[in-house]
Design a protein around this ligand. Structure first.
Ligand code: KG4
Ligand code: ZN
Length: 394
């Protein structure tokens, strides 16, 4: 976690000469900078540029406090990492560097605004891959410096937790959020911006990670979640019953690594004398049993969290929230409880720049500011987050 002094952007020193390699942001940043002529006096930031680069997606967006989301763009690195069966950190960093400046240009064009109309820059400061975080943080902080606007580092999970606020019918506070991604499985009570109570989390593999590893066992591609879900559609729900880990004891923590082992053992035992179509059917049946087990486990814990907190609003976010079987289970449970469920649209369930722009706008509007230095925090426990300084009543 390096504390770095924000340098003058490389591109501003490289004027008149073409960047020689992809490590430079090149002429685009230079062009963005030269558009800075005069800034309006400092006030409450309205339009905020958000930058997400914590893992394998480069997301850039513009959020306006008065007009809502103005534009957002995403470049996914899925194809880049697919042949390795997972994210290769160094490749991720290099690709972020290539994509950031063009994406910023594109969202400005989409929104029909110039850099002069941007009041602040928010970037993901953690948790995530250190190199990937540094590209977005370094670029975002440099851009804010060259535009003479405020900057703020945002917690990636706060972005996910606040993503439902981008929708037309956002949940009121407080709500319980289940955050299920490739790196995290968290149950959080969200009482307001920066007011998060961690209720439970995975003690080992994240739910998305379990999907990805199961996909690998079944010979499916990366990312595993959608592939397992598609295969499970052809599976027999009655052939296998997989365990629902940690549901037989009180508490809201999760554990998915045992389920992965159970999947492997079942596959090894059952596949021995099978080939061709029978083997394919076995894999589909296993995918179905696995998906049912994960969906049930998450639903049971969500119900417990709602009962324990007395809250009746549940938000599902993170890549695994795109899973349709999980959504059906959750909706059934919520209906019985007489509560409400909220799902950010699929593109805002997974990593994106819009959630960072929104969370950043919230914090900048409440007076939070990053100095001339920047931090990235590859590990950053959610419970270390504080409400923004201007928040009333905390
Ligand atoms: O939030 P996300 O895009 O990235 C982070 O990990 O931060 O989540 C990606 C995870 C991957 O593990 C992927 O396999 C999983 O979400 N995923 C799914 C589905 N779509 C994506 N898991 C189950 N069912 C899906 N339909
Ligand atoms: Zn994420």
């Amino acid at each position: 976690m390096g504390k770095l002094v924000c340098p003058a952007p490389a591109a501003t020193r490289a004027t008149g000469r073409k960047a020689r390699d992809s490590i430079r942001f090149g002429g685009v940043l230079q062009k963005l900078r030269t558009q800075t002529i005069q800034r309006r006096p400092a006030g409450t930031p309205n339009v905020v540029l958000g930058i997400e680069s914590s893992c394998d997606e480069t997301g850039v967006a513009l959020y306006s406090g008065t007009q809502g989301l103005l534009a957002h763009r995403l470049h996914s690195q899925v194809a880049l990492h697919a042949e390795y069966g997972g994210v290769v950190p160094e490749l991720a960093s290099r690709d972020h560097i290539r994509r950031l400046a063009p994406l910023v240009k594109e969202v400005l064009a989409d929104a029909g605004i110039t850099p002069r109309e941007v009041d602040g820059v928010a970037y993901t400061a953690g948790p995530g891959l250190v190199g990937a975080l540094l590209t977005g943080a370094g670029f975002g902080r440099s851009l804010a410096w060259s535009w003479s606007v405020a900057a703020v580092g945002v917690h990636h999970m706060e972005g996910h937790l606040l993503a439902p606020m981008l929708e037309e019918s956002p949940p009121e506070f407080p709500f319980v959020a289940l955050l299920v991604s490739g790196g995290h499985t968290l149950l959080v009570k969200v009482a307001g911006v920066g007011r998060y109570q961690l209720l439970g989390q995975s003690l080992d593999d994240a739910a998305g990670e379990a999907f990805d590893k199961t996909a690998k066992l079944l010979g499916l591609g990366y990312p595993g979640g959608p592939a397992v879900a598609a295969l499970a559609e052809h599976g027999d729900p009655h052939r296998f019953h997989f365990p629902r880990p940690m549901t037989d004891r009180p508490g809201l923590d999760f554990s998915f690594s045992g389920l992965k082992t159970y999947t492997l053992t079942t596959l090894q035992q059952e596949a021995r004398r099978l080939s061709g179509e029978a083997l394919e059917q076995l894999k589909a049946d296993i995918a179905r049993a696995f998906e049912e087990a994960v969906a049930d486990t998450l639903t049971i814990k969500c119900r417990r969290a709602l009962e324990q907190t007395g809250v009746r609003r549940l938000v599902l976010a993170g890549g695994v929230a795109a899973n349709q079987r999980l959504r059906r289970r959750i909706d059934g449970m919520i209906q019985k409880l007489g509560g409400e469920s909220f799902y950010p649209r699929p593109e805002f369930c997974t990593d994106n720049g819009a959630m960072i722009a929104y969370a950043g706008w919230q914090r900048l509007a409440m007076g939070e500011r990053q100095g001339a230095t920047f931090d990235v925090r590859p590990r950053w426990p959610l419970n270390q987050l504080q409400p923004p300084p201007g928040t009333v009543g905390h």
